[in-house]
Design a protein. Structure first.
Length: 405
């Protein structure tokens, strides 16, 4: 005969098992919902409309009172920073070494044999330890080159016309190798452009749907808002290739960014390097030398043209380029795409075998999801919280049962 306490224990354990089954079903259902709710907007366009660029850190170091001309240059840099209402993804710190010699930033500045005042540019803080990419004397030329250059202007112009990606071929100085790399790059991208199609179900601002679907408008409400574009920029597949000289002084800052995207690139400067840039200036790890081949180029290009998934930008390889651009004006409005981001890029990481390292002294701009008013994310979060509570109840119940005689 089963005693009353043991009978209660058995019933409690059966209840726990049922709760566990219910919790498992909920979690599986949540996962299925997340997989089923994938965004159809292509990776390159999603990044353009939704990814806020991380801030670079610029340190203006001096040990004497700045002259009026030097103060004007410093004020010009401060005016470009996001903290002061500027459009550049830049944070500026003016550091008086005489007044604050123990400032924590000082240990990251290579001050030996450096004439002051000088400027020191670091990668965004979101990528790791502070990494210096460029330094120069505080002059009108250096201030001009920090946030802009001909190739960066070319990228912005291409992005504004809907170009999928701009590939920068950093020349090695070996004319035959550079020419061969450019030919392979152009031929491969032309083939991808010819054969690739946009993901179906992307809703244009005017209401047309990619993939031959029935036209839709924002008023009838039958399409998924997560797949709607709100920018007037054409949605198309198109690639451009530009060459960068190994010694153009106007591109010193951009060259510093490119050569620090992943470790070891400085040692590969004798080989041509092909960097894909997309979105608001996201620089991916490059293909180097004999890695610039059809299969590798095609893998990256197809990734950029494919539908996006649901992971945060910070978990993806690459570094945001420093640009002085009003992206909201370029996009002619704020994107209505739901707060989703990209999956880990298998393309360049798998090809190069390296993960990018970048970082800095300034806090990066956080990827803040825009409020959409959609119930989907709230429902998933609520269900996930409920499942968590169920798990906690199960754990507590087991603990109580184990202590009972």
């Amino acid at each position: 005969m089963v005693s009353e306490p043991m009978k209660l224990v058995g019933e409690a354990r059966l209840c726990v098992k049922n709760m566990a089954r219910l919790c498992l079903v909920c979690l599986v259902w949540l996962g299925a919902c997340e997989l089923a709710g994938g965004c159809n907007v292509p990776v390159f366009r999603f990044a353009l409309e939704r990814w806020v660029s991380d801030n670079y850190a610029l340190v203006v170091a001096h040990d004497k009172v700045l002259t009026p001309a030097q103060r004007e240059l410093t004020d010009r840099l401060l005016g470009k920073s996001t903290e002061n209402g500027g459009k550049a993804n830049l944070s500026v710190q003016v550091l008086d070494l005489a007044a604050t010699p123990a400032d924590p930033t000082v240990k990251y500045l290579p001050l030996e044999n450096v004439a002051l005042p000088a400027v020191f540019l670091f990668f965004p803080a979101s990528f790791g330890e502070p990494t210096l990419i460029w330094q120069a004397a505080l002059t009108a030329d250096s201030v001009e080159h920090i946030t802009g250059s001909p190739l960066r202007d070319e990228f912005v112009a291409q992005a504004a016309t809907g170009t999928t990606a701009l590939w920068i071929l950093l020349e090695s100085g070996q004319p035959a190798e550079d020419a061969a790399a450019e030919q392979v790059l152009r031929e491969s991208l032309a083939a991808v452009q010819q054969e690739s199609k946009l993901p179906a179900g992307v809703v244009h601002p005017a209401g047309a749907v990619a993939g031959g679907s029935t036209p839709a408008t924002a008023d009838n409400g039958y399409f998924d808002p997560e797949n709607q574009l709100d920018s007037g920029i054409p949605l198309r597949i198109g690639f451009e290739v530009v060459r960068m000289s190994a010694g153009d002084p106007r591109e010193d800052v951009l060259r510093g960014m490119l050569l620090k995207v992943v470790p070891g690139l400085l040692e590969k400067r004798e080989r041509p390097l092909a960097f894909p840039l997309f979105g608001r200036g996201r620089i991916l790890a490059p293909l180097a030398g004999d890695e610039i081949r059809h299969e590798s180029i095609t893998a990256i290009a197809r990734y950029l043209c494919g539908p996006c998934a649901c992971q945060v930008k910070a978990q993806n390889p690459g570094v945001d380029m420093l640009l002085d651009v009003d992206w909201e004006a370029k996009l002619a409005g704020v994107s209505a795409i739901a707060p989703r981001t990209l999956p880990p890029l298998s393309g360049t990481a798998a090809i190069t075998g390296q993960a990018p390292v970048a970082p800095s002294l300034a806090p990066s701009v956080a990827d803040q999801p825009a409020a959409t008013g959609l119930p989907g994310p709230m429902l998933r979060n609520g269900l996930l919280a409920s499942a968590t509570v169920v798990l906690l109840v199960i754990a507590a119940t087991f603990g109580i049962l184990r202590r009972r005689p």
